[in-house]
Design a protein around this ligand. Sequence first.
Ligand SMILES: Nc1ncnc2c1ncn2[C@@H]1O[C@H](COP(=O)(O)OP(=O)(O)OP(=O)(O)O)[C@@H](O)[C@H]1O
Ligand SMILES: [Mg+2]
Length: 379
Amino acid sequence: MTQVRANRQRGYEMDGPSGASSEDGAELVLTRSASPAMARVLELVREVAPTDTTVLLTGETGTGKEVIARQIHARSRRAGQPFIAVNCGALPAPLIESELFGHERGAFSGALERRIGHFEAAQGGTLLLDEVSEIPLALQTRLLRVLQEREVQRVGSSRPLPLDVRIIATTNRDLATMVQRGELRKDLYYRLNVFPIALPPLRERKDDLEALVRVLIARLRPALGPMHGAGEDTVRLARETLSALHAYDFPGNVRELANVIERALVLSPDGVIQPEALALEGGRVSPWPSPRGPVGSAARDDVAIEALEEVERRLILEALDACRGNRTHAAARLGISVRTLRNKIRVLRELGVAVPAPPSGGATARGFVPVHGAGGGPP
Ligand SMILES: Nc1ncnc2c1ncn2[C@@H]1O[C@H](COP(=O)(O)OP(=O)(O)OP(=O)(O)O)[C@@H](O)[C@H]1O
Ligand SMILES: [Mg+2]
């Protein structure tokens, strides 16, 4: 494990890729935490992981629910088996049933082949029901039955198949309130809420900030390689940079921190991150600094800005890809408004960049889509 060389006078120095792998860092952040709230979470994870107990992970967007879900799977006896993540907020309603439970050939018009559903695909392993609150009421009874009986019936089949699947669900909504409002079945709520783990927002675990920054630098820097001076292997944070990070409250949590660090790395080709490279303004991030705004010395501006636009373009396309073109979801993921995203897309299109089309029918806000295939791997 590489140590952070802390020097309170000069700031922080962090080893680059040759010194620390992101594996090391991820392990560090997930095995111990300097923040009591997160330390408690990690303790619960260690306790529940080896069991088959259903886990409900709650927490604001970007707090690491999926990271923790993968960690639970990795520490379970199911580790060598599939980890299937299903985003319950992302596929047209008519397909949900067949996506989740599968269908037989000829089960409905258009069902030309038999199809295995996500439950069956997770056989022997773990199924992550991401954003479980988005499951339509009409389907909740069927889901409850599958969870209770531990068997699944493909659409168009009368033969139940026994299931050996560990369930992890995530939500960033208050499920109890949804039950009160009649949006979520009470019995399904109890079935899911067996072992709840609440992830603290980043603003309540600032003690982990340095460790997280180190992990993120180790993870992000290799991909930005050419932008950094040849032979330079250390990223340094000015002391004021750390203070600025500590003063900011990160509404987008660890995901936002990752974006801030990536942007800062791009804007710091000499490997020294100054506070202005964080683009934190009066405690608030300006998500996309104005292309003509003052950033560092005039001589550095052009390079940095070109690189920034490149990163921005990549982040937008990645977000749209991950959200199957859904503008609302992509904007939320990026931490910008839908309107800003649309404007950016328009500019990209004018520049001739191929941007994924929005999903047809506008029905994708509800439904299911696999966000990751079998096998797991890092998030
Ligand atoms: N402990 C950690 N160590 C390293 N990276 C982390 C950690 N926690 C979260 N991250 C990173 O933060 C980002 C968001 O994490 P994740 O997708 O798990 O959040 P989430 O709670 O599922 O968010 P959402 O509710 O928006 O789906 C990811 O890029 C993830 O790699
Ligand atoms: Mg998630």
